[in-house]
Design a protein around this ligand. Structure first.
Ligand code: HEC
Length: 101
């Protein structure tokens, strides 16, 4: 029984550590993503809803830091003033595509 508890705790800690955006809320991120029309350019470039930007073979983002950096670039281009917290929310949302750890 002790072993099971220990294993459970280990797994719980493991998955908490595996989330690179623990302070981000994916639902809030999605709302921000829609509010700023983030996929407008991506869709114009790639067609569809634009989400293939995040799943295409040659995608650029490889790490949590890459993701934050790129979304800063993109939001800067459209003059969206995102707070650091907003960035975490959007990153948490986009990580449904990237599955970064
Ligand atoms: C003005 C057009 C434009 C808007 C608006 C825009 N993006 Fe982008 N985005 C781009 C372009 C162009 C690229 C591709 C960059 C490249 O391949 O070098 C890109 C790429 C990305 C990527 C990286 C995809 C990869 O290759 O892994 C992310 C993440 C991203 N955008 C997030 C956002 C978010 C979040 C917003 C809204 C705040 C947003 N973008 C709004 C033009 C835009």
């Amino acid at each position: 029984m002790k072993l099971i508890t220990a294993l459970f705790l280990l797994c719980a800690t493991g998955s908490a550590l595996a989330n690179p955006f623990p302070t981000g809320n994916a639902q809030t991120g999605k709302a921000l993503f829609d509010k700023y029309n983030c996929n407008s350019c991506h869709a114009a470039m790639l067609g569809g809803d634009g989400n293939t930007m995040f799943t295409r073979e040659a995608r650029k983002v490889r790490s949590p830091a890459d993701l934050v950096e790129q979304l800063k670039l993109c939001s800067g281009n459209i003059g969206a003033k995102l707070t650091a917290q907003d960035e975490q929310h959007i990153a948490a949302y986009l990580n449904r595509y990237y599955k970064l750890k």
